[in-house]
Write a protein that binds this ligand. Structure first.
Ligand code: NDP
Length: 390
């Protein structure tokens, strides 16, 4: 039996991972499931999968979790310390699917046990790519990409030499507002931004798709994971979301990865890697699809994308500042404090402010320094929002 742990088990990626595990009874021994506020789902899955341990990130929810698990034999734990402890429990495969920078510390701890970490939590790579890769190398651990674009690139590179790679193209659906008049974007509501034309995902990443902050993070993720230069990374708007990424080689060949928009493909690829196994995803019928469209992202519609390239050019800990500013700006949009288009203005202001604090961005990439930048950037985002309201 293969020992597996799922961080962020109650979320969209976590639930798709559980779906795949459930389809192969007797194959997986579930060590730990972690969640946040959705105690009912966490307990129900932990019991059904006979997990050893269920952890909620929130200490105040320990008692409700204990009650929900009563008599099941599943151990209950809560809080940051418990999340980190879960990451030390031996497992052959660990899914990192907590949303946001909160996924970084458990991911690093998991790598320290030399396991395979399936990384959906792109924010870890954006905030601390070098640290993550160095930790994996030091402990003989393996990082497998789960983002559909990065899984597609990874698959396109099997058997290839990175020196032969000229460029990497990742696609973007364009999100909920790709065809809206730009002048209407400031008035986009939370409900409108939370509805994705092609993918069924968690609310935060869905809104980030509409603003292209998600693609901005993915561009940085591409640089960190595949160690390519910023000018080797391109983004194309592809409304059908069927071509997930393309790898361009020095001889002019373009290798494209196509598949139905279903995250169980990328998750399943990481779960079964290096083998390919049957997966319950729809098969594409290209005669039905008929036409695939591609266009250059409109810079005025998607300012976040330009910011990602500036962040990569600046380097250091700028990725952590960008991610934290983005997370906080998104919190403020969700709470109704700012408009949809204000999010990119907030991140731009934060990047300027953090850059102005001399030396900070160039400090060593340690978990402590990343946390410090994260904290300061969230504060700077709050200040930017408050100033805007005056
Ligand atoms: P969801 O919001 O659906 O789920 C997030 C998970 O993280 C839930 O289990 C949630 O718990 C938990 N969580 C939230 N906050 C914290 C915290 N502070 N500490 C610990 N756990 C926490 O997100 P998604 O599944 O959509 O995304 C997960 C990750 O995967 C993100 O990094 C995202 O960018 C990435 N990703 C997602 C894709 C998708 O299709 N959804 C595609 C590619 C990448 P609870 O809900 O119980 O509060």
């Amino acid at each position: 039996m293969r020992k597996v742990t799922i961080f962020g088990a109650t979320g969209s990626i976590g639930q798709s991972t559980i779906d795949l595990i459930r389809r192969s009874p007797g194959t997986y021994d579930v060590v730990a499931l972690t969640g946040g506020r959705n105690i009912a789902r966490l307990a129900e899955d932990a019991i059904a999968l006979k997990a050893d341990l269920a952890v909620t990130a929130h200490e105040e929810l320990l008692q409700p979790l204990r009650e929900a698990l009563q008599g099941s034999g599943v151990e209950a734990a809560a809080g940051q310390g418990a999340l980190l402890e879960a990451a030390t429990r031996p497992a052959d495969w660990i899914m990192s699917a907590i949303v946001g920078a909160a996924g970084l510390a458990p991911g690093l701890k998991a790598l320290e046990q030399g396991t395979t970490l399936a990384l959906a939590n792109k924010e870890s790579l954006v905030c601390a790519g070098k640290l993550l890769l160095a930790t994996a190398k030091q402990h003989g651990a393996r990082l497998l990409p789960v983002d559909s674009e990065h899984s597609a690139v990874f698959q396109g590179l099997v058997g290839e030499d990175m020196d032969a790679v000229e460029r990497i193209i990742i696609t973007a659906s364009g999100g909920a507002f790709r065809d809206w008049p730009i002048g209407d974007l400031p008035n986009a509501t939370l409900a409108q931004a939370s509805s994705h034309p092609n993918w069924d995902m968690g609310q935060r990443i869905t809104i980030d798709s509409a603003s292209m902050f998600n693609k901005a993070l993915e561009v940085i993720e591409t640089r960190e994971y595949f160690q390519v230069e910023p000018d080797q990374i391109e983004v194309l708007v592809h409304p059908e979301s069927m071509v997930h990424a393309l790898v361009g080689f020095r001889d002019g060949a373009l290798m494209a990865h196509l598949g139905a928009p279903d995250m169980r493909h990328a998750i399943g690829y990481a779960l079964h890697w290096p083998e390919r196994r049957d997966l319950p995803v729809a098969r594409l019928d290209l005669t039905q699809v008929g036409q695939l469209n591609f266009r250059t992202p409109d810079a005025a519609r998607y300012p976040a994308l330009h910011q990602a390239y500036a962040v990569m050019e600046r380097g250091g800990l700028m990725g952590a500042a960008f991610n934290a500013a983005k997370e906080r700006a998104l919190d403020h949009f969700i709470s109704g404090h700012i408009r949809f288009t204000d999010m990119a203005e907030v991140t731009a202001k934060v990047l300027d402010r953090i850059e102005a604090q001399s030396g900070l961005i160039d400090s060593a990439m340690t978990l402590d320094n990343v946390s410090k930048i994260d904290h300061l950037s969230r504060q700077a985002a709050d200040v930017a929002v408050a100033e805007d309201k005056r």
